[in-house]
Design a protein around this ligand. Structure first.
Ligand SMILES: [Zn+2]
Length: 181
């Protein structure tokens, strides 16, 4: 029987730098996957919300169905991300600060998304809105909130920071996005 390696064993065998680099890529891939799944869930939920069902329970039934299947996959993906993040932090512990360090990732995350928006940007309260960069948009459907999370009310794309914005907009990996920012 083969035994699954635990985290310290992985680091011992492959070395911190290698595991760290792999984790950065894995985290990026998983974040991309998670963000697609969440987009899919929100657009399906939005679709259900606009439909008329002959019976009220039909709607509840389909919402429950989505939550069981897509929701389940989303929760698994979040768990997976947590595991990668844990291993990433474990490697970080004794690594010299080079390459993609936490500060760079944090700075990239917080780079104001409004800097990348074209067309007129309006600021109202804790949000800024502009024409969406992801779809042909005549209205300012794209909203960026104070915490740099963003959402398009036209095409339902959304994300939590500048990294996933650039990843989706320019088709970059996590690592490439951090470098680009
Ligand atoms: Zn859009």
């Amino acid at each position: 029987m083969t035994k699954r390696l635990n985290d310290p064993e992985l680091i011992e065998i492959f070395g911190r730098q290698t595991v760290l680099e792999v984790m950065v890529d894995k985290i990026g891939e998983e974040q991309e996957r998670l963000s697609k799944l969440k987009n899919e869930l929100s657009s399906k939920m939005a679709y259900i919300a606009t439909r008329n069902f002959p019976e009220k329970w039909h709607k509840t039934h389909w919402e429950g169905h989505l939550d069981r299947h897509l929701g389940q996959t989303i929760r698994q993906s979040e768990k997976q991300l947590e595991r990668y993040a844990k291993l990433y932090l474990l490697c970080k512990d004794k690594l010299p600060k080079n390459g993609l360090d936490d500060c760079k990732i944090e700075d990239a995350r917080n780079r104001p998304i409004v800097e990348f928006l074209e067309g007129r940007v309006r600021h109202v309260g804790n949000r800024s809105s502009a024409p969406c960069p992801f779809h042909e948009d005549k209205n300012p459907s794209f909203v960026v909130y104070d915490d740099n999370s963003w959402h398009c009310f036209g095409c339902s794309k959304h994300g939590n920071n500048a990294i996933d914005f650039v990843m989706q907009k320019d088709g970059l990996s996590f690592r490439e996005a951090v470098r680009a920012l």
